[in-house]
Design a protein around this ligand. Structure first.
Ligand code: HEM
Length: 208
């Protein structure tokens, strides 16, 4: 019950970002946003960044849904079908995000690009392993990789959540428009690495 409540709260918190990302992605793919956003440039980077926003939104809301035990046990077919959609969305998000970084970099420069590129690579690794161990019928490994994938799928939301909470608490200390403040530097990888480390500690304890 507390786990279900935590999932519901997380879902409600992430919903505005998911809707923003899906809407922004779909608008960028179907309309001329050159007047509205720096992300709208030339056709290939446009396709990469806006596709990644739309599929990223899908992965962010579907990955935690896959953790709901009731659906997994009572509706295994739905779990399998949604699982493939989640893995497909995560894979497209990772590939498009990496492609965009290769072509355009990021607003924060080399360190931000490196943090985001590692994020994309880990997302692809987690998606591939989740699929592999499902097909291999190794439930324990499938579950561990699916949990890692969920942490990563939520990462993009956590990146923004860190900023919201930090600005609300400190007014933006250690953060600036050029993304060179200590808080900005921390958050280049701080939105996924600490959570992955905490998950690994928890999994280790669980195995003992
Ligand atoms: C997991 C789900 C993801 C969602 C929902 C998502 C969503 C978004 C959104 C909405 C933006 C626009 C920025 C804004 O308006 O705040 C953005 C920017 C960006 N995303 Fe993602 N993203 C996801 C995953 C990823 C991954 C895995 C990568 C790396 C491979 C990535 C790389 C980028 C880059 C490079 C930018 C532009 C950064 C900049 O220069 O400002 N994203 N993302």
């Amino acid at each position: 019950m507390p786990r279900r409540a935590a999932l519901v709260i997380l879902g409600l918190l992430a919903l505005p970002f998911v809707l923003y990302s899906a809407g922004f992605g779909l608008r960028g793919l179907t309309a001329d946003l050159s007047e509205d956003t720096r992300f709208f440039t030339t056709p290939l980077p446009n396709a990469l960044i806006f596709t990644h926003m739309a599929t990223g939104a899908l992965a962010t809301c579907l990955a935690p849904l896959q953790l709901i035990e009731r659906i997994r046990i009572r509706r295994p077919r739905a779990h399998r079908v949604l699982g493939y959609v989640t893995l497909g969305a995560a894979t497209i998000t990772g590939i498009c995000g990496l492609g965009y970084i290769a072509l355009k970099g990021t607003i924060g420069g080399t360190l931000m690009s490196a943090g985001f590129a590692l994020y994309g690579a880990l997302l692809l690794l987690a998606a591939a392993n989740t699929a592999y161990h499902a097909l291999d019928k190794d439930r324990a490994r499938h579950r561990r990789w699916a949990l890692r994938l969920t942490v990563l799928a939520l990462g993009s939301f956590l990146y923004r959540l860190h900023y919201w909470v930090w600005y609300a608490a400190t007014g933006g200390a250690g953060s600036n428009a050029a993304f060179t403040g200590p808080f900005d530097l921390f958050n280049f990888a701080g939105f996924y690495l600490p959570y992955l480390a905490a998950l690994e500690l928890w999994l280790r304890q669980e195995r003992r």
